[in-house]
Design a binder for this molecule. Structure first.
Ligand code: SF4
Length: 477
C-alpha cells in the first residue's frame, strides 16, 4: 500500500470537517451508516471505488486528491490477514463497545500492577450507548478485584474518534499514569501516541477460485492451505478458540433469567435444550438441540460474557452450535473440528476482505449470512466433501441471506439477533445436505455471490444498517 493510500482516513476526516458535515450526514449522502464513515476515518476500512467517486463529487475534489500520483485504484485486495484477526475471544455484545475496551483495560492493568485503583472516562458513542452495551460492567469486571470508577462524558470535547476512553491508574489516591485509548472497531484498539500496528496480509490469494485452484493442484484440503500460511503457534491459537466456543455453549446452557438491557428478554437456551416436542422426531430433536446451542452462545454474548467472534459478536452462535452438535453426534475429535474451523475462518476471511463483515456497513447479511456460510463450509469440511461442495454450501448460505437488514430492537443485540443465530445454524446444516447432492449443477460461484452481497449492502439504505432507525428496530415492545 502506497503512502497516499495510508492518508485516506485523514483526508476524508479533514474534508468532512472543512465542509462541516457530520459523519451521520455524510453517511446519509452515501447511503451508508455513520459507523461506516467512522471506520474509513480511523483506517479500519477503505471506501469502495464507487464511494471514492461520490466523495470527490460531494467535496468538490478530484480523485487525484485522494490518490496523489497513484491514479489506479486497487479494486482487488492485495492479500488477506491472519485468521487470528477474525476469531477473537472477548466479552459481548459488541466488538467496539466491549471487546475493545476490555483489551485496553487488560493491557493497562498489566502495565500498572502496583496501582490500587483505576478510573475510566468514556466519551462519544462509548458514553452514549456504553450503558446499554455493557461497557462499564466489562471494564469493572476486567479491573476486579481492584476498584474502578466510571464516568460518562457526554460533552466529548475534542475527541478524535467516536469510541474514546481515558484510563487512569491511582496509588494512595494519586494518579500515577493515564492513557487515552480509541476502540477503533472489530475489537481493535489504539493507544494515543502509539503507532497503529500495520496489519499484515499473510495470504496472497484473495479469491476462493485462486485458493481452490491451488489446493486442487497441490492436492490439499482448505484447512491445510490455512495452516501452510499461518505461523507455528496457529494451531494452539485454534485449540483455544474451540475451547472458548465450547465454554460459551456450556455456560449458556446453565444460565437462566432475563437478559440485561430492559427489553425483558428471557434466556431460553436451557429451556430449549431440556424441553421435548409432544411428537418429537429425530429431525425435530436435531433442530431443537442445535438451536439451544446457538441460543446459549448468543445469550452469553447479550449478557456481556465471553464469546468468540465468528465472524462478529452478534453472529457468534451459528458456527459453534453446528460444530458442537456434530461433535457430540458423530464423535469427531477436537482436531477434526479445528480443521473445520480453519476452513470456516478462510470463508469468513474471504468475505471480510472482498465485502465486509460489519452490519453497520452492509447489514445483517454480512454478519449472520457470513456466519451461516462459515458454518456450512465447516460442516462440509467435517463431512470430507470436495472443494466444489464446500464452495457450494458456503455460496448457498450467503445467497439466501442477501438483503438481510440490521435492525435490532432498542439497539440491543437480542431481538432478532438471537433467533437469527439459531435459524442460520439450522440453515447451514440443510444447505450442506443440499450441496452434497447438487453441486455439479450449480451456476453461481462463491466469489460472485460475495461481490453481490457487497453491492447489495452498499445499495441498502443506512436506516437498515445498525442505526435503529427502521425495520424491527422501530417496533415498540
Ligand atoms: S441484526 Fe444487526 S446486531 Fe443483530 S446480529 Fe444482525 S448485524 Fe448483528
Amino acid at each position: 500500500m502506497g503512502d497516499n493510500m495510508k492518508d485516506f482516513s485523514q483526508k476524508i476526516y479533514n474534508l468532512r470537517k472543512k465542509h462541516k458535515i457530520s459523519q451521520s450526514d455524510l453517511g446519509k449522502m452515501l447511503g451508508i451508516s455513520n459507523r461506516a464513515v467512522s471506520k474509513w476515518e480511523t483506517g479500519i476500512s477503505v471506501p469502495s471505488t464507487q464511494n471514492f467517486v461520490r466523495l470527490s463529487e460531494i467535496f468538490g475534489v478530484s480523485m487525484s486528491y485522494f490518490f496523489g500520483e497513484e491514479t489506479k485504484i486497487a479494486e482487488t485486495p492485495r492479500g488477506m490477514e491472519s485468521l487470528t484477526e477474525l476469531y477473537k475471544v472477548g466479552r459481548g455484545p459488541s466488538s467496539s463497545h466491549t471487546i475493545g475496551p476490555e483489551r485496553a483495560c487488560i493491557i493497562f492493568k498489566d502495565k500498572h500492577k502496583n496501582a490500587d485503583e483505576f478510573s475510566v472516562t468514556l466519551y462519544g458513542s462509548l458514553a452514549k450507548t456504553g450503558k446499554g452495551h455493557g461497557t462499564a460492567s466489562v471494564i469493572k469486571k476486567t479491573f476486579a478485584p481492584k476498584p474502578c470508577t466510571i464516568e460518562y462524558n457526554h460533552n466529548g470535547g475534542k475527541i478524535k474518534h467516536p469510541n474514546t476512553m481515558d484510563i487512569k491508574a491511582l496509588k494512595d489516591g494519586k494518579i500515577i499514569d493515564s492513557s487515552r485509548i480509541y476502540s477503533v472497531g472489530g475489537g481493535s484498539i489504539q493507544f494515543e501516541g502509539e503507532k497503529l500496528v500495520e496489519k499484515k496480509e499473510i495470504y496472497k490469494e484473495t479469491s476462493f477460485r485462486e485458493i481452490a485452484d491451488y489446493c486442487r493442484q497441490k492436492k490439499k484440503r482448505l484447512w491445510q492451505y490455512v495452516e501452510e500460511n499461518e505461523n507455528k503457534d496457529f494451531y494452539k491459537f485454534m485449540e483455544n478458540i474451540w475451547q472458548e466456543m465450547k465454554n460459551s455453549i456450556e455456560n449458556g446452557l446453565e444460565d437462566e433469567g432475563v437478559l440485561p438491557g430492559g427489553l425483558g428478554v428471557q434466556k431460553k437456551a436451557k429451556y430449549l435444550y431440556n424441553v421435548q416436542h409432544i411428537d418429537e422426531s429425530a429431525q425435530t430433536k436435531e433442530n431443537r438441540v442445535v438451536c439451544a446451542y446457538a441460543f446459549a452462545v448468543s445469550e452469553q454474548n447479550a449478557s456481556g460474557e465471553k464469546i468468540v467472534t465468528a465472524p462478529t459478536c452478534g453472529a457468534s452462535g451459528v458456527l459453534p452450535a453446528v460444530m458442537y452438535y456434530y461433535q457430540k453426534k458423530n464423535e469427531y475429535t477436537d482436531k477434526e473440528i479445528i480443521h473445520a474451523l480453519e476452513t470456516a475462518g478462510l470463508i469468513g476471511n474471504l468475505i471480510k476482505t472482498n465485502a465486509s463483515i460489519s452490519g453497520a456497513e452492509c447489514g445483517c447479511q454480512v454478519e449472520i449470512g457470513s456466519a451461516c456460510a462459515m458454518a456450512s463450509a465447516a460442516l462440509a469440511e467435517l463431512f470430507d466433501l470436495t472443494i466444489d461442495k464446500i464452495e457450494y454450501a458456503a455460496e448457498m448460505a450467503i445467497e439466501h441471506h442477501l438483503g438481510l437488514t440490521c435492525d435490532p430492537i432498542g439497539g440491543y443485540v437480542q431481538i432478532p439477533c438471537i433467533e437469527r443465530n439459531a435459524v442460520a445454524a439450522m440453515r447451514a446444516i440443510n444447505g450442506v445436505n443440499l450441496a452434497s447432492f447438487l453441486s455439479d449443477t450449480r451456476k453461481i460461484s462463491f466469489d460472485k455471490v460475495v461481490k453481490v452481497m457487497k453491492e447489495t449492502g452498499h445499495d441498502m439504505s443506512c436506516r437498515y444498517k445498525e442505526t435503529s432507525e427502521a425495520g424491527l428496530a422501530k417496533i415498540e415492545l
